[in-house]
Design a protein around this ligand. Structure first.
Ligand code: KG4
Ligand code: ZN
Length: 342
């Protein structure tokens, strides 16, 4: 059994965790920066990087002390090395390198998306490869065939906004706070999902890609019309987004070899309506449905430590660079209209 220290700092959560290869989260700490970014309605990269730099070292020291663990007891230090906001990624990665250098514990540079992609296996020991993964976060919206650690085939991606981004923009339009996903989900429970007629971009298309920019513009027009209650707009938006997700997944499932499990991960996977819809879709396809507990869906360091556990025995050079972009499937073909999120 090996013990891995995980460090996550790619966006606006400073997080550290200790996880064992037999799936025990020994300790973890998360400091959210919501209060710092809320006045701007989104994450400000410079503020994020400074907050990580201030918090990370005391969080690691405090967690180790509480857990009664010496740094030298760790078998690896796993840190997010990208993709993400580069200033924050550098803070976490450079800290990990310094700790690795001081203790001779191996460094493992983790792709944040791999952290999300493998997180369901931390929560569910019976989840084996391959599985079909819907990875939905603030910056990414992809369907992947996960064949093994480091073996990802991208079946679909978004040609414009990520799903979490669509939730965040809807929240901004409705003026219900930041971060937007949980706020939209809460408001949607009070609204009628059929009240506002909204588009379902790309639904019916033969390729399984996503698009959410048109949906966001339609939400803006609905709000500006003054004809609808905010709760009805939120519920209708969430329903339209769900319809897009299930339609796109149906196409992707039809185009790939059968796999025993349908899995969801990433921040938006915390959404109960999406979990319910995906569970039904999995049943329809006679697949098992796996979703990590919500706290493991949104950014955290346990998933980074767990990705380190999955890669235990490997070690990366202390020269490893932080990467603002780092696709899980470098061979995936570019998609028409897809920008940096591909
Ligand atoms: O994975 P994550 O924590 O960070 C990134 O890697 O991007 O995902 C954050 C995204 C945000 O867009 C947030 O609004 C969304 O996940 N999110 C949700 C919910 N909780 C978080 N979206 C919908 N419903 C939720 N309950
Ligand atoms: Zn994330």
């Amino acid at each position: 059994m090996a013990l891995v220290l995980g460090i996550e700092s790619s966006c606006d959560e400073t997080a550290v965790a200790l996880v064992t290869t037999d799936r025990r989260i020994v300790a973890q700490r998360i400091a959210s920066q919501d209060a710092e970014h809320a006045p701007y309605g989104g994450v400000v990269p410079e503020i994020a990087a400074r907050a990580h730099a201030e918090r990370l070292a005391p969080m690691i020291a405090g967690m180790l002390e509480d857990a009664g663990v010496e740094l030298a007891d760790c078998d690896a230090i796993a840190a997010t090395a990208g993709p993400g906001l580069i200033g924050g990624v550098m803070v976490g990665l450079v800290s990990a390198k310094a700790l690795a250098m001081a203790t001779d514990v191996p460094l493992i540079a983790i792709n944040h998306l791999e952290g999300h992609a493998l997180s369901p296996r931390l929560a569910d020991p019976s989840l084996e490869f391959p599985y079909i993964l819907l990875l939905v976060s603030g910056g990414h919206c992809q369907i992947l065939r996960v064949e093994g650690v480091g073996r990802y085939r991208r079946l679909a991606t978004t040609i414009d906004d990520a799903l979490g981004e669509a939730f965040d923009k809807t929240a901004k339009i409705l003026g219900i706070g930041f971060p937007g996903g949980p706020a939209v989900e809460r408001l949607a429970t009070k609204g009628d999902p059929k009240a506002v007629l909204l588009p379902r971009p790309l639904v019916g298309s033969g390729e399984p890609h996503f698009s959410f920019a048109g949906l966001k513009s339609a939400v803006l027009r609905a709000k500006e019309s003054g004809k609808f209650a905010d709760a009805d707009i939120a519920a209708s938006f969430q329903q339209a987004a769900l319809d897009c997700v299930t339609d796109r997944l149906r196409v992707a499932l039809g185009a790939t070899a059968p796999a025993p499990a349908l899995v969801v991960a990433g921040g938006v996977a915390a959404n109960q309506a999406i979990r319910t819809a995906l569970e039904a879709l999995a049943q329809e396809h006679e697949m098992r449905f796996v979703a990590p507990p919500p706290a493991l869906c949104t950014d955290n360091a346990a998933m980074i430590a767990w990705a380190g556990c999955e890669r235990i025995g490997q070690s990366d050079s202390l020269d490893t660079a932080a990467r603002p972009r780092w696709p899980l499937d470098p061979e995936a073909e570019p998609v028409r209209g897809a920008g940096y999120k591909a």
